[in-house]
Design a protein. Structure first.
Length: 139
């Protein structure tokens, strides 16, 4: 079964065995390749849970006790509400949002920054996301 089918099967997250000594990163993206690539970057040092279903974000934050969330999504009012819901659910959950910057959406870009801890514009350097995750998890 291809990896993309495994990830999507029954809307279940993709994660390896969970090490209780490691912090947990939740990665959401509708792009399965993006999620897989990021999970490969983090899997040695962190537990990584991925989903491509935005409706599952709150459930995964609770179930897997996520310590940080990386959300790959176009900025929108709905996204801001969803992020606020995650932060309400999990207290001080750091959230990083990634997306392709569009100058036509400068208002949404400014608004999203009020709701998240970091914004990374795609394409970004892997070292930038690694550094930001480590910084947010240590604060």
């Amino acid at each position: 079964m291809p990896l993309s089918a495994q990830i999507e099967k029954n809307n279940q997250p993709r994660s390896g065995s969970r090490d209780v000594e490691k912090k947990t990163i939740l990665i959401y993206s509708p792009d399965l390749n993006f999620s897989f690539s990021l999970s490969m970057v983090f899997q040695e040092k962190y537990n990584v849970v991925t989903t491509s279903n935005p409706a599952m974000l709150e459930s995964f934050v609770s179930t897997y006790a996520a310590d940080i969330a990386i959300v790959d999504s176009v900025p929108s009012e709905k996204l801001m509400q969803q992020i606020d819901g995650l932060k309400t659910l999990r207290g001080r959950l750091p959230v990083i949002v990634t997306y392709v910057y569009d100058a036509r959406d400068v208002g949404l870009d400014s608004a999203i920054r009020v709701h998240v801890d970091a914004v990374l514009y795609k394409p970004f350097e892997v070292d930038a996301v690694l550094s930001r995750v480590e910084q947010l998890l240590s604060s």
